[in-house]
Design a protein around this ligand. Structure first.
Ligand code: PD2
Ligand code: ZN
Length: 284
């Protein structure tokens, strides 16, 4: 696919930084004679984190987090992905960068993820601060399993959808993780980015920091189980097929502490989610 020249790339980045709507930018590009597939490709594959590409990650906070443009374009209410999914933008917060997406997945896709995962669930872990090892913890009481990148057609489809809407390459994503919380199950508030300590650096050494999380809700929960962001007093209730996106890393290498978040206890029924974490660079 044709990559547009530097002036066009600068034009895209400047307009994104100004908060321009995706559709308005696309219309201007088409008016200027750029083919639609080239315009869409260049809009979706811009990188607002290129300046950190290839450098060692630094989590040393040198001041308050400086909010930059969202990876997820402001669309006019609906995002239609290449595979025809009509995603509805239900809610957006700009700082921190948080977007709630309705109809991100079909109910059939949600059911298939749960069905494919049931037989391989094991107790979820957290990263040990001192060693980087994955260890069980009372703060995370779910069962989980991972798919490898592109493991099957469903995984490939959802990975492509996430890559498309975030403008990040599929190989920068960690494998999709499926989590199942029984009644009482929770994930206490935490950051998805790695801390600047020995354990954290074990994980950032090769692929850099985590930059984006997408939590996909695979079922409706009778009571409880909201994902909460306590720093901004936000509670997102699980709704089958919807997805919560948030990002927390900027081109200066800062991480955003206001993305502290947790999964509150399930009160009645069970909760199924799929989580995608995206890295600065190819995940290995
Ligand atoms: O289950 C959730 O709502 C939740 C909350 C916080 C999941 C995650 N974090 C995660 O998978 O990182
Ligand atoms: Zn999390």
């Amino acid at each position: 696919m044709q990559i547009l020249d530097k002036p066009w790339q600068n034009w895209i980045n400047e307009n994104v930084a100004r908060g321009c709507a995706y559709e308005a930018m696309l219309a201007d590009m088409l008016k200027a004679g750029i083919a639609k597939d080239v315009a869409v490709f260049n809009l979706n594959n811009r990188s607002n984190a290129t300046s950190v590409e290839g450098q060692g990650v630094s989590n040393q906070q040198t001041g308050p987090y400086e909010q930059e443009a969202s990876y997820l374009f402001q669309h006019d209410n609906t995002i239609v992905t290449q595979d025809g999914q009509q995603i509805q933008v239900a809610m957006r917060v700009t700082a921190p960068d948080v977007v709630l997406l309705d109809k991100f997945m079909t109910h059939a896709e949600c059911d298939a993820f749960c069905e494919l995962s049931k037989s391989t669930l094991t107790k979820s872990t957290v990263v040990d601060d001192a060693t980087g090892a994955h260890v069980g913890h009372e703060h995370r009481t779910s069962m989980g399993t991972y798919f490898t990148l592109g493991q099957n057609d469903l995984v490939k489809k959802i990975e492509a959808r996430i890559a498309e809407i975030t403008g990040t390459p599929v190989p920068n994503g960690e494998g999709i993780q499926i989590l199942n919380y029984a009644s009482g199950g929770e994930y206490r508030p935490h950051f998805d980015y790695f801390p600047d300590n020995t354990g954290g650096r074990v994980h950032t050494a090769k692929s850099g920091q985590r930059i984006i999380t997408v939590i996909m809700y695979l079922n409706d929960v009778k009571a409880g189980g909201a994902t909460v962001l306590p720093e901004i007093n936000l509670s997102v209730y699980p709704k089958k097929g919807s997805a919560l996106y948030f990002s927390y890393f900027n081109s200066k290498g800062q991480v955003d502490p206001s993305t502290l978040h947790g999964g509150s206890p399930v009160v009645d029924g069970e909760k199924w989610i799929a989580t995608k974490w995206i890295r600065e660079r190819t995940y290995m």
